[in-house]
Ligand binder design. Structure first.
Ligand code: PA5
Length: 419
């Protein structure tokens, strides 16, 4: 289960839910009223139900026996969710390499390391027009074509179901391909083939992933007292009203080390906007990791400005790996587990933050597995969608990001060089 621990938050959540009931109902009602409307981009709510696509991805993965290296080319929403999930859940059946950049040396080093006969290139772009993705894909395609007569077996395309240059290319060349449903935007697409495909190759439990996400969907429809995403959205909202303009996302899990980057993109790209009244709104999501950041950012989180809401994410169970006696370790630690230490660290951080008047709460996961990560990611999508309604912004567009893409192309078209 995904739990919420607010005992040190310094806020009477039940009372706040009562006081904000009307606004929360309006937020949920406004969001759900748009479901199904063309262009609403709410298709992410349906992804957990799509077991047919899951089976198609699985069949495709089982049909290829040569894959030792998977090169996943995509950026932003076409990469971060896949990376977060696969790094946490993959069983290492293949090596997955993420190409979400255009830096020459790492591109060349990766190509040098790979054997084309054992490599599958997965190119991912909803629009099919993103420069970083298309240029890196061109490089890997060229390499495959020069190396293998049957290069087509080594390419799989995930893009819009009907539109865009990548869809056309896949159709013209007869390549394997998967759709990102029309009503699913980039940063909400982790549970589509964008994430399912690398997860299938690396051996993760896709069924459990979607089952966990369905649990988040169910809770989002429940009354406020049982509605986890409405609760966390309200906490985020109240912190914002208090002037806490930074929301820290800090899992205590090495396996979840890439989840903060996914959350940062989801939160910031969805909510940092000009609202319907022309006001700039949004809070800045800040990535952190426990316990590493207890030796770094937690100093600032405790004693720095009171401009933050700190969200810890903690697994309640892991394998009982005991700490042996060792030099310098206090005797009372003998026989305790590594998980005991991890949990003591998270609790101590929350306590230290609360003592200093900082606001913090903990999301608990029974364990770090596909079910709970599916639940967590879908929960955070609901939280973001509810916040979009509360803050009067469209949480599903990204005009600032689109402008950057356009200006880059215009600059290159004019032959512009740096500086
Ligand atoms: O969330 C978004 O929509 C963006 O971050 C996109 O995922 C990113 O810009 C990549 O776009 P595309 O998938 O069209 O290549």
């Amino acid at each position: 289960m995904l739990g919420l621990k607010v005992d040190r938050l310094g806020l009477d959540l039940d009372r706040a839910l009562g006081e904000w009931g009307e606004a929360l109902e309006a937020a949920r009602g406004g969001l759900l009223a748009r479901k199904g409307l063309p262009g609403s981009l709410l298709g992410w709510m349906d992804l957990p139900e799509d077991t047919e696509t899951l089976r198609a991805v699985r069949r495709y993965q089982e049909s290829l026996d040569f894959v030792e290296d998977l090169v996943h080319i995509g950026i932003g929403g076409s990469s971060l969710g896949a990376m977060a999930l696969e790094e946490a859940l993959g069983e290492g059946r293949v090596r997955v390499h993420y190409v979400d950049h255009v830096e020459p040396t790492p591109l060349r080093l990766l190509l040098d390391r790979l054997d084309p006969r054992r490599t599958l290139v997965h190119v991912v772009s909803k629009s099919g027009t993103t420069l970083e993705t298309l240029s890196a894909f061109a490089l890997f395609l060229d390499w495959l074509k020069k190396s293998l007569p049957d290069w087509k077996r080594h390419v799989v395309v995930t893009t819009d179901p009907t539109r865009g240059p990548l869809r056309r290319f896949a159709e013209e060349e007869g390549l394997a391909s998967f759709p990102i449903p029309e009503e699913v935007g980039g940063r909400y697409s982790a549970l589509s083939p964008v994430g399912l495909l690398p997860l299938a190759f690396s051996g993760a439990d896709l069924e459990a992933l979607l089952a966990g996400a369905r649990m988040a969907n169910r809770l989002a429809g429940r009354p406020f007292g049982e509605n986890l995403p409405l609760k966390t959205a309200l906490i985020q909202h109240l912190a914002y009203l208090e002037g806490r303009t930074i929301t820290v996302f800090m899992p205590y899990s090495a396996r979840m080390r890439h989840v903060p980057a996914w959350f940062v993109q989801l939160h910031d790209e969805s909510l940092g906007k000009v609202d319907r009244k022309g006001q700039r709104v949004g809070t800045t999501a800040l990535p952190a990791l426990g316990p590493q950041d207890q030796h770094a950012q937690v100093q600032l989180f405790r004693e720095g400005p009171k401009d933050k809401l700190i969200v810890l994410v903690l697994p309640l169970w892991d394998e009982p790996l005991a700490i042996p006696q060792g030099p310098g370790l206090p005797g009372f630690l003998a026989g305790r587990t590594f998980l005991d230490v991890l949990q003591a660290q998270a609790e101590s951080t929350e306590e230290a933050l609360a003592e200093a008047g900082q606001r913090a709460y903990t999301l608990t996961l029974d364990r770090v597995d596909a079910y709970h990560l599916g639940w967590l990611l879908q929960h955070l999508m609901w939280q973001t969608a509810f916040l979009g309604e509360l803050w009067g912004v469209n949480a599903f567009d990204q005009p600032g990001v689109e402008l950057g893409k356009r200006l880059t192309l215009e600059r290159l078209e004019k032959g512009g060089r740096f500086p």
